[in-house]
Design a binder for this molecule. Structure first.
Ligand code: HEM
Length: 247
């Protein structure tokens, strides 16, 4: 534990001293220091979702990933990723109703295949490989390689990456409206959560940290823009159309 806290501080200091990535340390930085990244240990549960796992790894959700209720899930999504209460409530309710029991869920309950979890993920292999839970670095790197400039992933880049991830499926596309919606939403969420200051796209380095380590970058801050349910619904539909133009 002491080593983890020390390495957190060391990395944090290098961000402040180096100040290469972002000129001004984010005000969220002090909150992150109070929420050090500690990977799961013991009987802790984790999910196929980088957002939920990173929030648990930083203690914005219970670190053991167990018995999460609606209020806990909504507050964390709102506080960390600036999802509107309406949006956060609708996603959490879907998770609880489809994968939980008695109004709570353990993060690993979300592993249930083809309930919310689907094939052609951005970070994990398909169920047919026998392991659709473990993060696969080459898959993450393949996705990030679609960045046109190597610095940010635009929605256009995410669309081309999605086509590549689905290319190996029997029909070269995800089937089932709910999976298409889920997959589109996940790209829109990634784009929202790590959008760079210019608004061009999500920072590749931040995505790499988030996807691979399920950690929030030390110089990151929650998006200034609150993401709403109506906005996401439209953005996901637009994204699905964009994906189709690349098939
Ligand atoms: C209670 C709230 C949430 C639930 C129940 C949930 C559930 C899930 C599940 C089951 C998956 C796996 C889909 C797959 O097979 O790829 C997933 C993936 C994902 N989620 Fe969440 N999620 C929640 C909140 C969030 C939030 C707040 C964000 C973004 C800030 C987010 C971003 C993502 C992304 C980017 C993926 C795709 C990972 C991949 O393709 O490998 N989720 N989520």
């Amino acid at each position: 534990m002491r080593a983890t806290v020390l390495s957190t501080l060391a990395a944090a200091c290098s961000v402040v001293v180096g100040a290469a990535a972002r000129a001004i340390p984010s005000p969220f930085f002090s909150i992150l220091l109070e929420h050090p990244y500690i990977p799961p240990f013991g009987d802790a549960r984790r999910s196929p979702c980088p957002a939920l796992n990173s929030m648990a790894n930083h203690g914005f959700l219970p670190r053991d990933g167990k018995n999460l209720d609606l209020a806990t899930l909504v507050k964390a999504q709102h506080d960390v990723f600036n999802f509107s209460v309406e949006l956060a409530t609708s996603i959490a309710t879907a998770g609880l109703m489809l994968c939980g029991s008695n109004g709570t869920l353990n993060l690993n309950d979300l592993d249930a295949h083809n309930v919310i979890e689907h094939d052609a993920s951005l970070t994990r292999a398909d169920a047919a490989t026998g392991d659709d839970h473990t993060i696969v670095p080459w898959i993450v790197e393949e996705v990030l390689s679609y960045s046109s400039d190597g610095e940010v992933m635009t929605l256009d880049d995410f669309a081309r990456a999605r086509v590549a991830r689905e290319a190996h499926l029997p029909d070269a596309r995800l089937n089932g409206t709910s999976y298409v919606v889920a997959a589109s939403t996940e790209s829109v969420f990634s784009h929202h959560a790590f959008l760079d200051e210019s608004g061009r796209g999500a920072r590749v380095e931040d995505l790499r940290t988030w996807y691979l380590e399920e950690r929030l970058p030390y110089d990151w801050a929650p998006p200034a823009h609150e993401l709403g349910l109506e906005e996401v619904t439209k953005a996901a539909a637009d994204f699905a159309k964009l994906v189709d133009t690349y098939r």
